[in-house]
Ligand binder design. Sequence first.
Ligand SMILES: Cc1ncc(COP(=O)(O)O)c(C=O)c1O
Length: 359
Amino acid sequence: MSRGTKAIININNLKHNFKVLSDLAPAKLVLVVKADAYGHGLKHIVSALDDADCFGVATIDEALTIKQVRSDARILLLEGFLNNDELKTAFDNDFDCVIHQDQQLDMLDNISTAKKMNIWLKYDSGMNRLGFTDRQYQAAISRLDKHDRVKEIILMSHLACADLKQNNFTAIQTERFLKLKTRQQVSLSNSSALLNKDHLTDEWCRVGLALFGVSPIAGTCAADYNLKAVMALKTNVIAIKQVDAGQGIGYSQKYKAQTDMKIAIIGIGYGDGFPWSLSQGAFVKLKNHKATIVGRVSMDMIAIDITAIENVELGDSVLIWGEDEDSQLPLETLASHANTIPYVLLCQITSRVHYQYDN
Ligand SMILES: Cc1ncc(COP(=O)(O)O)c(C=O)c1O
């Protein structure tokens, strides 16, 4: 028997999702693979996506990691460069860069290089995170138009509310952005906007979460959009116990068995990234049955109720999220029980979880 805590990454499902999203998009995709490809393993993911037009990352280190395995890939730094060294590295490696503030334009003015760079000029259409305001934006475009270090200018902005079903802010942001459309190439949509087919005008849609077979839109699952979960997180049963009615289970002993019950201890806890907030009430899947979490999530273990599940044995496999041969448990469901978003659960998987890549 082993603890068996592993993330199984299904490359066929990844490719399926890429095809579905490519078919949905009006033009090309930036595949957003920051944060270790949303916890799926950056090098493996980019190696599998031969036909990608562009990868988007947050940091220069992420961009350099992609370069190691895909020297030919077009790579966009979504926050651009933060200092002169990063700018030089970006030029040396032919990275595309977002520019969202004047300080970056100043750095670009002062760089000494013979190369040219593709610039994604970011407009703040209402998110109030990164980007130029209306007046600044026009000035930035004029400044870049004349710039001899600039290859192409792509206009971009980012949506704040596309994941909310009832919202009119996406339309407001789109309208503000398109008023400034003075270029052929624009980029606005994220996964939610693409799946909702919201106001799509992009030459470049930037998709992250949907690529991994998870829906960002509250109250929906990936299957609603013909997407398939790329990750299945699994562990094993490492102990089985009888608990008498009235006894407490786990830390703080707040959970008390209402009747005599049988529990399994499984090999995953918050030390692997499983959310502590799921202590009690949420469920995992064992032999295609729902098994409710009982008592507090520990660092390395969780207790689940198996009273109604027959023939459970040590070493049996437990599905935490995703899908395997006989069952499925959408990450979206677990995230909603944990009062969080799927992005967080994927990004907080810790290094002691083993990864297995299946084709
Ligand atoms: C600027 C930008 N574009 C696109 C994305 C992709 O978003 P999603 O994963 O919701 O598709 C992100 C993700 O955070 C982002 O920061």
